[in-house]
Design a protein around this ligand. Structure first.
Ligand code: NI
Length: 172
């Protein structure tokens, strides 16, 4: 397993629309293993393949709290089947938008279909953090970041802060 570097905004690759996976095989499982390790190494709770530069519709996630048993989850070719009309606002961050957080409104509950680590079709109903995280990660598969849900003013401010942080760390 390899920890892969995570791409940060405004890298144009993050805007790519990822392609569906044709077969869940050992190569894909190796990618998912790498993604999970990369996510853990960066202290994240979710990661889409495009964030390590691979334009495939693959997501890994672990919402276990610190001290709890790890609960890795894998979603291949996820599709939203149902979105509740009720919406909920929560604070989001993203490993590709490091150290920046803002409030995003999304469907409060969702139903999704996907293939698991073994390629078995699954159906999931989600609310709370799982619903937020799934919608956030599925956005990545279509080239969207959480900052794309914010006003242009807020988005530009966050991108300026990222550029500044990058300049500062380059100067160190
Ligand atoms: Ni993200």
């Amino acid at each position: 397993m390899t920890v892969r570097p995570i791409i940060t905004a405004p890298d144009p690759r993050l805007k790519a629309v990822s392609a569906p996976v044709e077969t869940v095989d050992d190569d894909l499982r190796a990618l998912m293993d790498d993604m999970l390790q990369s996510m853990y190494a960066a202290n994240g709770i979710g990661l889409a393949a495009i964030q390590v530069g691979v334009a495939k519709r693959v997501i890994v996630m672990d919402l276990a709290r610190e001290g709890e048993t790890p609960q890795p989850r894998y979603f291949v070719n996820p599709e939203l089947v149902e979105l509740s009309p009720e919406r909920e606002v929560s604070e989001e961050g993203c490993l590709s938008v490091p150290d920046q957080y803002d409030k995003v409104e999304r469907a409060a509950r969702i139903r999704a279909r996907y293939l698991d680590y073994d390629g078995t079709p699954r159906d999931i109903e989600a609310e709370g953090l799982l619903a937020v995280c799934l919608q956030h990660e599925m956005d990545h598969l279509d080239g969207l970041l959480f900052i794309d849900h914010l006003s242009k003013l807020k988005r530009d401010m966050i991108l300026r802060r990222l550029a500044k942080a990058r300049r500062q760390s380059a100067a160190e």
